[in-house]
Design a protein around this ligand. Structure first.
Ligand code: MG
Length: 247
């Protein structure tokens, strides 16, 4: 069942959404060659706590940190460590907050120093695929119209769409129904209604879409070792244009 949120609930969800957006924006200036992924996590966690919110990821199914930090061929769920970010890396950050029992969830991929052209094209294409999907986040469309739009855009740019992880409904739990694939035929699934809130999160690969999970049971990496990027926002469906709560 897809839980519809009232206007009052969406008012609450805007608050952790804005904090998440600000943290992600500030990280743009913080992620540089030499910083460790643990230092990135410490910054994020400090900011969440300073805003009197709860890091949504810490302890979620046992995840050991407040931030997923996934570098280069890592797709999602990278665990912060003493690893130093190097010049030319791309760094995907996924973060969420809990405020008054409601969740935010968003992700960006950042360049560290000067990155290869293909890496920049991948980052740009991943973000563009989200915004293509966003065009279908309106009453009158069906859920898989979002999925199909994301896939079409990413593939038109020459990249592939990860199958093994998907977007999701979000509200008083981080993962609610429905699952929102970033691929598939249009015109299927439930019709969108005002009050639905989704975390839409294309994960786009440079090469094959296949992934595997490392022995740490968390870190997902591309099977071919090529790059992966991630872009996510929490989005409220309204009677008009969709509202991005984490931008
Ligand atoms: Mg998510």
């Amino acid at each position: 069942m897809i839980v519809l949120k009232s206007k009052a609930e969406i008012d609450i969800m805007r608050v952790p959404g804005k904090v998440t957006a600000k943290i992600l924006l500030d990280l743009r200036g913080i992620i540089e060659p030499g910083i460790t992924t643990r230092e990135i996590d410490a910054y994020v966690e400090g900011e969440i706590l300073r805003h009197k919110m709860i890091p949504a990821f810490k302890g979620y199914n046992g995840f050991p940190a407040s931030t997923c930090v996934s570098v280069n061929q890592e797709v999602v769920h990278g665990i912060p460590s003493e690893r130093k970010v190097a010049e030319g890396d791309i760094v995907s950050i996924d973060v969420g907050c809990i405020y008054k029992g409601y969740f935010s969830d968003a992700a960006r991929t950042y360049p560290a120093g000067k990155i290869p052209d293909v890496a920049q094209r991948l980052i740009t294409a991943t973000e563009a695929s989200f915004f293509e999907g966003l065009k279908f986040c309106k009453v009158g469309y069906r859920l898989s119209d979002i999925s199909a739009a994301i896939q079409a855009r990413a593939e038109a740019d020459g990249f592939s769409v990860v199958r093994d992880f998907v977007g999701h409904g979000i509200g008083s739990a981080m993962h609610e129904e429905p699952q929102i694939a970033n691929y598939g035929a249009p015109g299927r699934g439930p019709r969108l209604a005002a009050g639905m809130v989704f975390a839409i999160e294309p994960m786009i690969n440079q090469g094959s879409y296949d992934i595997r999970v490392l022995k740490d049971d968390w870190t997902a990496v591309t099977i071919d070792g090529q790059l992966s990027a991630h872009y996510e926002n929490t989005v409220a469906i309204t009677d008009g244009e969709p509202e991005i709560l984490t931008l």
